[in-house]
Design a protein around this ligand. Sequence first.
Ligand SMILES: [Zn+2]
Length: 96
Amino acid sequence: MKNWKCNTCDGYIRVDLSKIIEGDRVFFVKNNNIPGDDVIFEKGTVVGVGKESNFYNVVSEKKYSKKVYKVDSKLIYPLHAPAPIVYNMFWVCECC
Ligand SMILES: [Zn+2]
């Protein structure tokens, strides 16, 4: 598991989505293009990364579901990364 705290300044290191690679576990939204549908985050594993990291192919971890979803990079978040609220509450690293 990645260390999300900077050793130099003790701040939280920002999530860099371009560093998501195959095999990473993520939260993703699979149905955000259906109007009126609630946005539901699901856990999944990245099995493919699109050109310039603008989308990811993600397999849902839901039981019995082995479907691969093509997910926009705006709708994906590393599973073990601090939630966005953490960055609002604590020091954010600016040195690395
Ligand atoms: Zn730092």
